[in-house]
Design a protein around this ligand. Structure first.
Ligand code: CO
Length: 138
C-alpha cells in the first residue's frame, strides 16, 4: 500500500536561510513555498528524485512545529510515505496497534490528502501518509 518515501519533513527556524543552505551546500533547488495558516507553518519543497525534502518553519507560537523546535532544535520532523489510500493506510496502522493522530484523511499542502501516526508507534518518528491529488503529488 505504501509505495515510496514521498518526502522527509525538516523543522527549521528560518525558511529563507534553510533554502539557501540546501541550495548552496547540497546543490538542490527549491520549487515552491506554501503557507498553511491552519497548521501555523510555512513550507518549502525541494525535489530530489521521486521524493522531496519539506522544510517547515512555524509562523505562529502555537504551532506544533514551534514546540518541536523548542524541544529538539532544528531536526528531522517526520517521514511521509506515498499511498494510494490515506484512509486505508491509517486504518491498517490503527488495526495493527498504532496510535493515530488523524482518524481520517485531511487536506495537506498542494492539494494532497494526509494523515499522521504518532511517533511512539513508529520507532520515535512522526509518520505521515500522503495521497497525491493528480499524478505528480506535492
Ligand atoms: Co509532510
Amino acid at each position: 500500500m505504501l509505495s515510496r518515501i514521498d518526502h522527509v519533513g525538516i523543522a527549521v527556524r528560518d525558511l529563507d536561510e534553510a533554502i539557501r543552505i540546501y541550495e548552496r551546500r547540497l546543490g538542490l533547488r527549491s520549487t515552491g513555498r506554501e503557507r498553511l495558516e491552519r497548521e501555523g507553518i510555512e513550507i518549502a519543497m525541494i525535489p530530489i528524485g521521486e521524493s522531496r525534502i519539506e522544510l517547515i518553519m512555524p509562523i505562529n507560537p502555537d504551532s506544533r512545529v514551534e514546540k518541536f523546535l523548542q524541544d529538539r532544535g532544528e531536526a528531522v520532523h517526520h517521514v511521509a510515505y506515498a499511498t494510494d489510500d490515506v484512509r486505508g493506510s491509517l486504518e491498517q496502522a490503527g488495526a495493527a496497534g498504532a496510535q493515530l493522530l488523524d482518524e481520517v484523511a485531511r487536506p495537506g499542502a498542494h492539494g494532497t490528502r494526509i494523515g499522521f501516526v504518532h511517533p511512539k508507534s513508529v520507532c520515535g518518528v512522526l509518520t505521515e501518509f500522503v495521497e497525491a491529488d493528480g499524478q505528480s503529488g506535492a
